[in-house]
Design a protein around this ligand. Structure first.
Ligand SMILES: [Zn+2]
Length: 179
């Protein structure tokens, strides 16, 4: 059975990568606990139990707004996403495994691991740079949660129901519907 998209009370997904989804079993449980309401149902699927037949929910929304973090969590992947998978020294685009996390001010010179001192760099640029200080193309900054989520829209997504498109607001050419 496909999963159910869980929206915050502002009609946006709770998270984008991974997309906030729950199982239909949990969706039913939260419905009866009066925590969520159904926004969309799957066209052609029903849930049957001994005394109940209901359309299978596809998109559900929380009654109560769940506060979102303001700032993005620091991680290697999020740094790459912030830098759009572009090496911040040569400006070329790379895949996740071809990139390294580079300290702008090297560790040996007291540079810290964090948003404002690390950038995406390809292996050769990282080696070439060594312990020198070179200005990256974009000055590293601490992004907000929304900035990271928006940058993720360069990447493809597979969803089980076309109705999700209205809520995840992902670029059409990056979405594939597989039901
Ligand atoms: Zn490079």
């Amino acid at each position: 059975m496909p999963s159910v998209l869980l929206l915050n009370a502002d009609a946006r997904p709770l998270s984008y990568l991974p997309l906030s989804t729950i199982s239909w079993q949990n969706a039913v449980k939260y419905m009866f606990a009066d925590k969520i309401h159904v926004v969309e149902n799957y066209e052609d699927r029903v849930l049957r139990s001994a005394n109940l037949t209901i359309p299978m929910p596809s998109v559900v929304m929380l009654h109560t707004y769940q506060k979102q973090p303001n700032l993005a969590r620091y991680s290697r992947r999020n740094v790459y996403i912030r830098d759009d998978y572009q090496c911040q020294y040569c400006g070329n685009d790379f895949h996740y495994d071809e990139l390294t996390l580079d300290h702008v001010i090297p560790k040996s010179k007291g540079g810290k691991l964090g948003w404002t001192n690390t950038v995406a760099a390809c292996g050769p640029c990282n080696v070439k740079k060594g312990s020198n200080i070179i200005q990256p193309i974009n000055k590293p900054y601490r992004p907000t949660w929304h900035q990271i989520n928006n940058s993720r829209k360069h990447y493809p997504y597979t969803i089980p129901d076309a109705k999700w498109q209205d809520y995840i607001n992902w670029p059409e050419d990056q979405l594939k519907v597989v039901s």
